[in-house]
Design a protein around this ligand. Structure first.
Ligand SMILES: [Zn+2]
Length: 302
């Protein structure tokens, strides 16, 4: 059976996989993203791709690459710091090794949305926002059943929707983005600043444990983060006329702690008639969504 080669290039790990025509991962391997320069990152990509190609035995019919952004789709590059040449080199080198196979690059949020729509919680959705709440907040859009790249490949960067015009500084250079409130480390920091007794290393998982044990500040941190995400979802939902939002990532693993206040706040904010049916569901594919979606992206190119 023919397979699609999928790559997922992230800030902490790089994964390669082979995906069959039904969207099943039939091979996958991952390695930590090295700290060094682009060359060091490329060495890891090359190792994983070589292994996957050996596994595939010449049956690769396309290549899809999911990458942490921002990306530059027209140039085929990944523009984050030292990884600036990785996307471009993925294209050129893989294309050399796989004559005739098409290659598509997409943001990791877009690929997550595509993966969930193909094999996860987004099945059947025509207007979908797939998003993650983890160390950051990211996402991607499928509109009218088609992956929506935008002008540069960065559409769906929902983490930088401003939900508090007077809010704190964001890593993007702006202020009050949803990521400044709802990203796991930001929620944990807010809780510490408001009396949660935890070490500086305590993360969103520790915060969830505290909330589940009844810690009032931890619970409030989750409500605050969920409310910010809900404000963003209502806004993006109205702009894009969405029918479904699928939420994954480490913070979403806390389950009802996030989803109960999130759905309640979405119902408060999304009041237009056409938004009444807007559903919010937990992601189903976990860390595999990027690879499965990258394969779907490659398929959509043909
Ligand atoms: Zn921002």
């Amino acid at each position: 059976m023919d397979v699609t080669l999928a790559l997922d290039i992230g800030g902490t790990k790089i994964a390669a996989g082979l995906v069959d025509a039904e969207g099943t991962l039939v091979h996958q391997a991952k390695l930590p993203t090295p700290d060094g320069d682009a060359e060091a990152v490329w060495t890891v990509v090359d190792t994983l791709v070589t292994e996957a190609l050996a596994e595939a035995g010449g049956r690769v019919r396309g290549v899809g690459i999911a990458s942490a952004g921002p990306i530059d789709l027209p140039a085929g590059t990944v523009s984050a710091d030292t990884r600036s040449t990785i996307g471009k080199r993925c294209h050129s080198v893989i294309l050399m090794g796989l004559t005739g196979a098409s290659v598509r690059l997409g943001g990791d949020g877009l690929c997550m949305a595509l993966g969930e729509r193909w094999r996860g919680a987004g099945r059947g959705a025509q207007f979908l926002l797939g998003m993650v709440v983890s160390t950051g907040v990211g996402g991607g859009l499928v509109l009218d059943g088609v992956p929506y790249d935008g002008r540069t490949g960065n559409a769906g960067h929902v983490g930088h929707v401003v939900v508090d015009p007077d809010g704190g500084p964001c890593s993007c250079g702006g202020r009050g983005c949803v990521e400044t409130i709802a990203a796991g480390p930001r929620m944990a920091q807010w809780a510490r600043d408001h009396g949660w007794e935890a070490s500086a290393e305590a993360d969103a998982k520790a915060l969830a444990d505290a909330a589940n044990a009844g810690d009032a500040v931890a619970l409030q941190a989750f409500r605050r983060g969920a409310t910010a995400v809900a404000a963003m979802i209502a806004s993006v939902g109205a702009v894009c006329d969405l029918d479904l939002v699928v939420v994954g990532g480490g913070v979403a693993k806390s389950g009802a702690l996030l989803f109960d206040p999130l759905r309640k706040a979405v119902a408060t904010y999304a009041r237009l008639d056409f938004l009444r049916g807007l559903r919010v569901l937990p992601a189903e594919l976990g860390g595999d969504a990027g690879l499965v979606g990258a394969a779907q992206l490659a398929n959509s190119a043909r």
